[in-house]
Design a protein around this ligand. Structure first.
Ligand SMILES: C[S@@+](CC[C@H](N)C(=O)[O-])C[C@H]1O[C@@H](n2cnc3c(N)ncnc32)[C@H](O)[C@@H]1O
Length: 272
């Protein structure tokens, strides 16, 4: 008696619930994947993606190989990080927009490189990028200038590659244009963080005084009563200069340098 009442009243209600419930589920639109829009606001810079052609050229300029650790400052949809990871490098994207970070992770997974490519939601101004061997960026001139002191303190030889925006008085070591197939944002600059050599150095034959403006060096080599002018350049920890018509090349390691000049070995130690 009791069970027949249950079937009479509850079963139709259950069936109606089931039919309308299923219809409601079907009526829900499938959850859309996040689609970024070119020009959308970012914390300090809007999002504009680097054309893939230029991404490739930027990584070529930075000579990115599997030995590198590449960090993209403001990594957008992750394309530079993913491309570096495809070259076998370890790569990290620092991006403030959490939806772009999640999108980048999905993109890396689709490309099969999420073991090499990682992304963090962080402010690039508060991030430590001192372990990078290559830094890539597409920011703004004012941001490049704000980052410049921190960049100049990176390990000598660290390669910095920027899309379109330069570092004012710190002239690039190389500039390239991506021409074919690239319509906007097609210039890239490379800088190599120079060793710090300004000061006075002692050589067996005399005293070398160097003044340094980014990667450019000038100064004097004093030997007895003879003083000759010095002009040269740094390429990371590689130094080259001429003094009295002699070409000196060598490498800097903290407070010492050594190399060759006219086929003879030379070395110097920092005095101050
Ligand atoms: C011009 S886009 C470049 C994107 C990517 N690097 C590329 O080349 O395709 C700049 C990116 O920096 C991000 N961004 C802006 N300010 C930031 C900040 N303070 N910290 C981290 N990311 C930031 C933006 O959200 C945007 O994705």
């Amino acid at each position: 008696m009791k069970s027949s009442r249950f079937f009479r009243y509850s079963l139709p209600a259950f069936c109606l619930f089931w039919i309308f419930g299923a219809a409601f589920v079907q009526a829900q639109p499938a959850k859309k994947e996040y689609q970024p829009e070119v020009g959308q606001a970012g914390k300090d810079v809007v999002w504009v993606p680097t054309p893939q052609l230029l991404v490739d050229k930027m990584l070529d300029m930075g000579k990115v190989t599997a030995k590198d650790y590449v960090i993209d400052l403001g990594s957008g949809d992750g394309r530079t990080v993913i491309t570096a990871a495809k070259r076998g490098a370890r790569a990290l994207g620092i991006e403030y927009n959490p939806e772009m970070v999640e999108l980048s992770k999905r993109n890396a997974a689709k490309e099969g490189v999420n073991d090499k490519a990682s992304f963090v939601k962080a402010d690039l101004f508060e991030s430590d990028f001192s372990q990078a061997t290559v830094i890539t960026m597409f920011l703004l001139p004012s941001i490049n200038i704000k980052l410049r002191p921190k960049i100049l303190d990176l390990k000598p030889g660290t390669r910095i590659v920027s899309n379109t925006f330069d570092m004012e008085e710190w002239k690039p070591d190389e500039t390239i244009e991506a021409e074919k197939g690239c319509t906007s944002w097609c210039t890239a600059y490379l800088w190599i963080v120079p060793a710090k050599v300004e000061g006075t150095w002692q050589l067996p034959q005399g005293e070398l005084t160097l003044k340094q403006t980014f990667q450019m060096i000038s100064g004097a080599l004093k030997s007895g009563t003879n003083t000759t002018q010095v002009n040269g350049k740094l390429n990371g920890d590689q130094i080259s200069f001429t003094a009295g018509g002699v070409q000196y090349t060598g490498h800097v390691s903290g407070n010492s340098m050594e190399g060759t000049a006219n086929g003879n070995k030379w070395s110097a130690t920092r005095r101050r």
